[in-house]
Structure formats: C-alpha cells, structure tokens
Design a protein around this ligand. Sequence first.
Ligand code: PLP
Length: 435
Amino acid sequence: NTTLEEEDKEIYDLVQREKWRQYSCLELIASENFTSQAVMEANGSALTNKYSEGLPGARYYGGNEYVDQIENLCRKRALEAFHLTPEQWGVNVQPYSGSTANFSALTALLAPHDRIMGLDLPSGGHLTHGYATAKKKVSSSAIYFESLPYQVDMKTGFIDYDKLEQNAALYRPKLIICGASAYARDWDYARLRKIADQHSAYLMADIAHISGLVAAQEANNPFEFCDVVTTTTHKTLRGPRAGLIFFRRAPKGEKNSDLEDRVNFAVFPSNQGGPHNNTIAAIAVALKQAAGPEFKQYARQVKANAIALAEALKSKGYKIVTDGTENHLVLWDLRPNALTGSKMEKICDYVNITLNKNAVHGDSSALVPGGVRLGTPALTSRGFKEADFEKVADFLDRAAKIAINVQKTTGKLIKDFVVALESNEDVKALRGEVE
Ligand code: PLP
C-alpha cells in the first residue's frame, strides 16, 4: 500500500502543481467550485472498487449491503436538500455527469426524432439542450431528436418568452428545456409551464449552474412547475463531478406516473453501466452540507458577490449583459472595448485570473466570442466578500486595459498578442499582485 507520491511521482507532482494553480489563481469560472475535504475523501474511498449495476435492493452483483445504504442515503438527502417529499418526487443519483443526466432524461421522456426546444448555445444555453449549427448537429440531443432552440432578446439579453411561445405554437415540441450555462437572470417557470401545457409538452429544468442557489431557496423554484429537473453536483452545489435526475411522481394512470421507471431505465441499462459508488457517497456528503444553515449563507454571499462584481465593472464603464445579475454569474460584453473574449481569457491566464471566453448574444461569429463569463461560487467558498470582489474588478479592469494597449501594437491576431504578453512588464506586475 504505497502512497501516490511513492508509486507515481510524475502524476503526484502534476496533481500538486494543479492544486497550487487552483489556490494561487483567482478562480472565476462560473461552473467551478472548491469542494470540501470530506467530499474528496468520500470520492477517493474504497467505494471505487465496487460494481453495483441496478438500484438499491435490486442489483446485478453481490456484496452491495453498504453500497445500497449509501445510495439510499444519497437519494433521501437529495430530496431533503431541495425541500421535496418522497411522495411527490423521486431522484436517480447515478448519472456520471450533467451531460449524461440530460441525455438520460431525454431518453426517458422522448422517442427518437421527437421535438425539443432549449435555450440556444449562443444565448447562454448548454450543448445538451439540442445544440446544432447551420452546418452540423453538434450534440447527440440534436442528432437523435429534432431541435428548435429559443433565444434571448437581442436588445435586452433577457429570454424572449413571447417569441418562444410563438415558435412553440408552430413547432409543437414534446419537451421544453429551461436552464443555462451563461444566463445571469432567473427563470419564469410558471410562464414556461403554461407554454408547455399548450402543447402537452414536458417541461424539464436543467439547474446545473444554479442548483446550490435553488437548494438554498435563493432562486425561483423549478420543482413547482417542472416534470423533470436535472443538475450537475459540482458547480454551486459544491459536490463531486456528477449529475442527478429528479422526476415528479403521480398516481397510477395519470401523467408522470411512469416517470420513475422510465428515468431509472434510461440511466441503466440504456445509457450507463455500473454507478460510481464513490461519487454517490461524495454527493451524499455534499447534499448534507447543502441542507445546512451555513450553505444558505454561502448561497446568499455568492449572489451578493456577483452583484458587487457586476456593479464594480459597470462603475468602470464596462457593459454587462442584461445590465446585472440575479445569480452567481456575470456576463461581460467586451465588444464595446474592441476586445474579444479569447484575448481577455488569454491575458487573464497570464495574470493568474481564471475565467472563460463566452458568446454574447448578437456575436457576429460563434468562433469569436464577444465576452467572458465570470462566476463567484469558487472564490466565495474561499471566503471572499463584496469588498474582495471590488478588488477583483480592479484587477480585471487593469487586465482589460493592458490587453487593449497590447492589441494596439500587435493588431488583431491572437498569436501575436500572446507573444507580446509574454514580455510585457505590466502583465508581470499584475501577475505578481494577483498572486
Ligand atoms: N447542463 C448545464 C446547464 C451545464 O452548464 C453543464 C456543464 O457545464 C452541463 C449540463 C454538463 O455537465 P457535465 O460537464 O458534468 O457533463
């Protein structure tokens, strides 16, 4: 039983370096977080050795006495964390990730080529909500199902529910998906339910980004209106990397009465094999944490920090999509500064600020994203408050200004821009300060 360091120094060193990168950078990726020691301990436990295809009490392998208890505890905690009763909702905790959770949900709800409507990727939606370009069906959710995305209003950046309703009347979808990866506003689930009901369509919410806020009751409640709710467990929820699928229960013979069997069958055997029991134990730990009072305080701070960041950037004259935020993220439109999201991401990498380029509605090309996405969950886990995020905004402002100056000398090509960053004294100074 040698340690990782003794067994494989190469991997050990790389893990240590990644750990240092995570802790020495300002981590602003909206989909990332710092999970707890307890979660990581469960995730790295002996449970990784076990096969347990099937569900608790009905496995295809022996030796599942403890694994069954762990999965049952995880299911119970998932319902408790989201304030649900086992009479009204059930949950499958086996999806390996958010993408597989979504594809299993589609498999459960739809037949091949059924029609779906999800938020378009350039409007902030996720690939798995039916993403296709004009030339290619990109996501399997667009390959195996027919997809007509809806968009945000090109002027305001808010979801255009009227247009969605008009298009749904023409397209008559079987499923409407709400949820996003880069949308800073909350959702009108009641309106979406009304639109879905006009076509007897299912309504599914993918709350991957905001599930921590939903659990803390710091966001609108999708469970009031949706048939199915999916989420990842590693973003605002602060657990290990995985997914969950919640399904509504109904009395026999009524709509949704068969969802439990369909969802469970879609996960296994349709789309997955043996569940990752180590991950399920780690989800259970994270859900216990998410149900506590400290987590509510955390979720509140995540939102307060996002507002502080947006306001600080606005006060420096920058353009924020929808002019603000109601959740954990801020979408920063850099087009008025003649800067691309790619260049901003690059310079931030050089100065130890981690963020990602992001499409902004109305971008002339999907290949040149016009903005960056900033999230507060990770740094809030490290104890950052509003004043700290004002400082973060100062650093971002300085990075943007350096990038604009460097661009004046290098022109538009990103490779010339990167070469110039390497020897730039302002970049070095800013990196030193951030670290
Ligand atoms: N759904 C949404 C809204 C997401 O933002 C993401 C990931 O970014 C996913 C699903 C996919 O999750 P995963 O990367 O775990 O497959």
